[in-house]
Design a protein around this ligand. Structure first.
Ligand SMILES: Cc1cc2nc3c(=O)[nH]c(=O)nc-3n(C[C@H](O)[C@H](O)[C@H](O)COP(=O)(O)OP(=O)(O)OC[C@H]3O[C@@H](n4cnc5c(N)ncnc54)[C@H](O)[C@@H]3O)c2cc1C
Length: 369
């Protein structure tokens, strides 16, 4: 294990302590905690050292993400967004933009990524946000929906139409014309700072357009989503670990009909399935991260598979954990109740379960003889 990871896991465990449920119930994370983690480079650990980052590989950052996911999915969501913003800047930005923006993301500033709109969810190509060149400036107009972290963010990477093509632009959250409205009462990851973002004639220097823009919109969004998917997948491994631990310990100690729950075979089956789910999700994530670290072309499909397996297993596993704990886990504030709500939302985002199935099926057909 990389040295930074052992220290980071220990540090974040102490930082979160027993506060995750309270953050979830209050629907807010302490920004000083986020900035403290951000300044250590831990919210986007894969950013190279030359930009103030840790330079972690995907395997190590994935294992760290799973650890954070086992503690608090809202905090893990912040890591996913920050990492996705950094990845997008690394992939789409030029050398000057990488130098300008990445040290901010490893220096305590927080970033969100906005592609979804009310009428452009699974179908991102339907987005209406417009990024229009005007001399040496660009003007951004649009309405983004459900942007994670937007409530806390210093900047937002916004995707939009750019003439006949697409572009991603780095928008300061306090730029004139930007309005951020928190999504009221999200059912899961409640403290992750989800917000709708309105952009009304937001004027920025043309240099804020990553790589100058003009690439195919779907390709641009897919670049950002690839990072989001693997990060969410590892976060789901963490949810499964938290559920397995809570369900295992409850089944060992709670007695009914004169013996521990774990000795009732139908309860034991839930535990076996949870363990299998945690192992399966871990293995597909490890495989995907190895593909990222090797720069393998298989990385794209391995990442979709990891996201699909991780999120579906987490949703099923969290439901099984609630079943094992029954009334003991049926209250907000309990780790399995939180996991149940958080895990379900993981099936909706970064390409829903159905969108992942379509991609996997297309791949299977293309590979068939
Ligand atoms: C917790 C959370 C965090 C989010 N964070 C962000 C963020 O940071 N940035 C951002 O830009 N967006 C974010 N989103 C928005 C998210 O990306 C969208 O919710 C997601 O893309 C799905 O879009 P939709 O909700 O409009 O559902 P829809 O696209 O309307 O889909 C509804 C249902 O139909 C299914 N469906 C749609 N099309 C097909 C098809 N062709 N075949 C089969 N089934 C289909 C979907 O799988 C789904 O089950 C977030 C959403 C949530 C809930």
């Amino acid at each position: 294990m990389a040295e930074w990871r052992a220290d980071a896991c220990e540090g974040v465990t102490q930082l979160v302590g027993d506060q995750a449920s309270a953050w979830d119930l209050a629907g807010v994370l302490p920004t000083e905690t986020l900035r403290a983690l951000g300044k250590q480079g831990l919210l986007c650990a894969e950013v190279p050292v030359e930009y103030g980052g840790i330079g972690a590989d995907s395997s190590d950052n994935g294992a760290f993400t799973a650890h954070v996911g086992s503690l608090c999915s809202s905090l893990r969501s912040v890591m996913t967004s920050q990492g996705m913003a950094a990845w997008t800047i690394r992939r789409l930005g030029d050398a000057r933009q990488r130098q300008e923006y990445l040290p901010r993301l490893t220096g305590g500033e927080l970033a969100a990524v906005a592609f979804s709109e009310r009428d452009a969810g699974s179908d991102v190509t339907a987005m209406a946000t417009e990024i229009r060149a005007d001399g040496d400036t660009v003007v951004v107009d649009g309405r983004k929906a459900w942007t994670t972290v937007a409530r806390y963010a210093d900047s937002i990477v916004v995707f939009g139409r750019y003439g006949d093509a697409g572009a991603a632009v780095v928008v300061p959250a306090d730029a004139p014309g930007v309005t951020i409205r928190p999504v009221p009462n999200p059912s899961g990851c409640r403290a992750a700072g989800h917000a709708d973002v309105s952009l009304d004639a937001v004027r920025l220097p043309a240099s804020a357009v990553l790589g100058g823009g003009g690439q195919q919109l779907q390709l641009l969004v897919t670049t950002a989503l690839a990072y989001g998917r693997i990060s969410v997948a590892w976060g789901c491994v963490g949810i499964l670990r938290a559920c397995l631990s809570a369900a295992g310990s409850h089944a060992r100690t709670r007695r009914q009909f004169g013996r521990p729950l774990a000795e009732h075979q139908l309860v034991a089956r839930h535990l076996a399935e949870l363990m299998a789910a945690e192992q399966a999700a871990t293995r597909v994530c490890e495989h995907a991260s190895r593909c990222w670290d090797a720069g393998s072309p298989e990385m794209v499909i391995a990442t979709v598979l990891a996201k699909y397996v991780g999120s579906t297993e987490a949703a099923r596993g969290a439901a099984a954990a609630v079943q094992v704990l029954a009334s003991a886990g049926a209250q907000d504030g309990h780790v399995v109740a939180r996991a149940y709500r958080d895990a379900k939302l993981m099936e909706l985002i970064e390409g829903s379960t159905e969108i992942c199935q379509l991609i996997l099926a297309q791949h299977a057909v293309a590979q068939s003889r």
